[in-house]
Design a binder for this molecule. Structure first.
Ligand SMILES: *[C@@H]1O[C@H](CO)[C@@H](O)[C@H](O)[C@H]1NC(C)=O
Ligand SMILES: *[C@@H]1O[C@H](CO)[C@@H](O)[C@H](O)[C@H]1NC(C)=O
Ligand SMILES: *[C@@H]1O[C@H](CO)[C@@H](O)[C@H](O)[C@H]1NC(C)=O
Length: 353
């Protein structure tokens, strides 16, 4: 294949939902990929098989643990680029979120950036952040409403309201601080909720769990909640573009399309008419939902997002990285099809936003 001269990209979190898509996109573009995973034996059983046979030789797997300082040195040694997509596993509501959730998120990011700097060969780091780092929605009452969030915005959410959102904001901020200190080129990609078929066997990510819950009849009643969303494959391609676009250095790219639960359900209802009776049928009006939010699987603060658009400026991603909005309806239908074809409708999984 003449791969010897190809650039080497180290991908952290390679066995995750986005990670597996990143590996696929990067090997397809001819890169040699070093995937870091927590369990090499487990990942080597399925991850190479998700790639076209001729490209499997371009993937090598390495064991790494975000919270161990020198864990990434082997995988990053001689790498041209690092894509940092790994995040520590989060628990819903830890009692001491600062220690249990936020500090590990920040420390993991610091470990990756420091290892990238130590390698001495890494030309650029592209990190997966989240729109949550920019806005946790209705919690930011100052701007909330018709404000279109841009790369200039940082979430002002408090630990009490959303430890996870604080963790996302803090780890992206830590990355920018360290990149400057260590003289590393950094680009961050900030997706909304990612939807798309899973390459990984876990089928346990926010988007997939949400679609599973809709089609298995978990929610007879929903609300018209705004859900900034995107297609996981597109997000993976944007990371690849961010590695290769010189002018992207130093930028944050928001990639979330405005959509609502209503839009997603309409798409599912028209593609899967025989499941229509399982799909949520009633929309709770906002005043009712606000009063009842404690008995809905809906964080209280999100009740304030009902019927209110929540938009992020993806113009710069269009201009610099060639982002094109996807038809999210067909993307969520592809997720539903995968779950239905596999009979994977009843797994008891944590639903988290
Ligand atoms: C649903 O919410 C969106 C904002 O996210 C709003 O534009 C739309 O009007 C709402 N639809 C209905 C039927 O209330
Ligand atoms: C439906 O899917 C959700 C999300 O994965 C899961 O939590 C729930 O247990 C499932 N419900 C049934 C009845 O199988
Ligand atoms: C799904 O992922 C969450 C963490 O994000 C974890 O707590 C849970 O145990 C996982 N569920 C399954 C069935 O793998």
């Amino acid at each position: 294949m003449g791969d010897a001269g190809a650039a080497v990209v180290a991908v952290t979190g390679a066995s995750g939902f986005l990670g597996a898509w990143l590996v696929a996109v990067l090997v397809d573009q001819g890169f040699r990929v070093r995937g870091t995973v927590r369990d090499v034996d487990a990942a080597s059983k399925w991850l190479p098989e998700t790639l076209p046979e001729h490209a499997r030789g371009r993937l090598e797997l390495f064991q790494a643990d975000l919270l161990k300082k020198e864990s990434f040195d082997e995988a990053f040694s001689g790498a041209d680029f690092v894509v940092h997509a790994a995040a520590p596993v989060s628990t819903a509501k830890p009692r001491n979120p600062q220690k249990v959730l936020i500090e590990p998120m920040v420390k993991g990011t610091a470990n990756v950036l420091q290892a990238a700097a130590r390698a001495g060969t890494v030309k650029r780091v592209v990190m997966t952040s989240s729109t949550t780092a920019v806005s946790a929605g209705p919690l930011e009452r100052g701007k909330h409403g018709n404000h279109m969030y841009t790369a200039e915005d940082w979430s002002t959410v408090s630990i009490k309201d959303s430890p996870y959102a604080v963790g996302k904001r803090s780890s992206e901020q830590a990355a920018w601080d360290l990149a400057e200190k260590l003289d590393l080129e950094l680009v961050t990609i900030l997706p909304g909720i990612m939807f798309g078929p899973c390459k990984d066997p876990n089928r346990n990510n926010t988007g997939t769990n949400l679609i599973r819950a809709y089609i298995n009849g978990s929610y007879p009643v929903v609300v018209n909640l705004s859900m900034p969303s995107c297609d996981v494959e597109t997000v993976a391609k944007l990371h690849a573009a961010a590695l290769q676009t010189p002018s992207a250095a130093g930028n944050r790219y928001l990639v979330a399309q405005e959509s609502t639960i209503r839009d997603l359900l309409n798409a599912l209802r028209s593609s899967f008419p025989d499941r229509a009776r399982k799909l949520p049928r009633w929309f709770l009006p906002k005043p009712v939902a606000k009063v009842m939010s404690h008995c809905l699987p809906l964080p209280t603060y999100l009740a304030r997002q009902i019927d209110v658009p929540w938009t992020f400026d993806y113009g710069p991603a269009q201009q610099d990285l060639g982002f094109e909005p996807s038809d999210l309806g067909s993307v969520v239908c592809a997720v539903a099809k995968q779950l239905i074809d596999e009979g994977d409708l009843s797994k008891s999984k944590n639903l988290k936003f």
